[in-house]
Write a protein that binds this ligand. Sequence first.
Ligand SMILES: Cc1cc2nc3c(=O)[nH]c(=O)nc-3n(C[C@H](O)[C@H](O)[C@H](O)COP(=O)(O)OP(=O)(O)OC[C@H]3O[C@@H](n4cnc5c(N)ncnc54)[C@H](O)[C@@H]3O)c2cc1C
Length: 487
Amino acid sequence: MNLSHLVVHLQPCSITKMPDTESHRSNDLSISGPTLNSGWGRTPKSLGKTLQIKGGDTREKEVELLEFITSNDTSIKIAPRGLGRSYGDSSILSSGLLTDPNQWKDTFDFNSSKGTLRVSSGFSLDEIMRKLVPQGYFVPVTPGTRYVTIGGAVAADIHGKNHHVDGSFTDHTNELRVVSPTGVHVLKRSDPEFKATAGGMGLTGLVSEAVIDLIPISTSKMKVTTRVTQNIDDTILELEENDTKYRYSVAWIDCMAKGRSLGRSVITWGEHLDVSEFTGEGGPCSFDPRFLTSVPDIAPSWLLNRLSVRAFNELWYQKGKLSNEISIESIETFFHPLDMVGSWNRLYGQKGFLQYQFVVPFGAEDTLKETVRLLSNVKVPSFLAVLKRFGKGSGNYLSFPSPGWTLALDIPTHRFGLADLLDRLDSMVVASGGRVYLAKDSRVSKHLIPMMYPEIESFREVAHRLDPDNIFTTDMSRRLALRVDEL
Ligand SMILES: Cc1cc2nc3c(=O)[nH]c(=O)nc-3n(C[C@H](O)[C@H](O)[C@H](O)COP(=O)(O)OP(=O)(O)OC[C@H]3O[C@@H](n4cnc5c(N)ncnc54)[C@H](O)[C@@H]3O)c2cc1C
């Protein structure tokens, strides 16, 4: 094993009992809870305690965490948690300890001559944008919400509307610091430990810090081209013909449309607006995202039903038709429209929802069309269904993106027959050489994982080297046997 990346290494010391809230308390470390936790889909849920490391800077906290891990019984299990924007069970752990992202916010070193940022893992993309967009820098990759942490962005190796041009988040990450039970590791992109950690869903240890490349921008505005399509063939053709012309691209699909309109979409392509074209008020890089309202926790599960979603989809499609082909939008309306409504996941009620996201290779367009047809046949009430073309994959062992088509849609979990339908879609996806996205999953069968993620063995081997006693795990990892000890 190459140990050149190891900066702190502690030998395991004495073994003690599993700590509880009362018994394990040092000046800087405490355990609170238990609390009932879930991902963004609000299901499944599990009870876990939270590990809090308060004092010192990132380096001191790394040592404190390492001492805690190595001075306790190996039956203690830890799951890193960010802002809980993964949909399923990847950041929850029953009878275990969750880390708290708010405690990992000490380092924020922006190097303006290189355009790089060394940042603690608990900072969210929202916080980074608020600090750096006014200085003319943007994050290299952003998902559909700004409320994800650096730790979550690395662990899911997130992708954005620019994947076909810029790849995924860790393609722009030059260094990671990871606290695993074997020490504090400093990882470069070519290290196997980096390839296991980037996209590794928190299972190699806690990412404490990352160094990322930023994108220079001269305004905080987007130049957006909008086009509506009549059906799925039209959508595929438009994306194939025009994607290379734009940095950002995505199609919103009306999943309720059927027959000749099956797969009709509103496609948006975008570029950062150059300052030479800026005519607005305020500074060209001003950034102050609006927040409209928050959904209370009383929404009934039937609120999003076929009728309400059909009406919303019709409105959205017609709005797309009426839009000017070229418009100027803010960063937040182009990338993060849902962030304007706080806790919008409550719209699905207490029963919650899931997001089904898969990728199939180019050439498997028939599979893509068949999935859209099947989903539309059962009238899945989804107002969030997006289609996008991925570019080259990152080569990390469990990263999701690979060249092809990715479709993502939100579905209420209480739909009759949903489990069978999604199992059927899984089989079609696997048969065409595709996979589902772990950051969105709460239900895929574990026997499909080696087919979807052929490098799972390399991942397991490296994760085991970094964490031989399987201390870092999650409910997802247990369900899918992602770690070798869980097979
Ligand atoms: C509205 C919405 C839109 C989205 N759009 C996209 C999209 O376009 N593209 C995309 O790729 N994803 C998208 N996502 C998913 C989201 O980007 C990922 O799930 C992301 O990982 C969430 O980050 P988080 O900070 O909330 O982490 P959590 O959800 O809390 O955790 C996610 C994973 O990261 C691990 N983790 C968290 N912090 C650390 C750490 N410090 N060290 C090690 N592991 C850690 C956890 O163990 C878990 O496995 C979307 C989610 C929502 C709700």
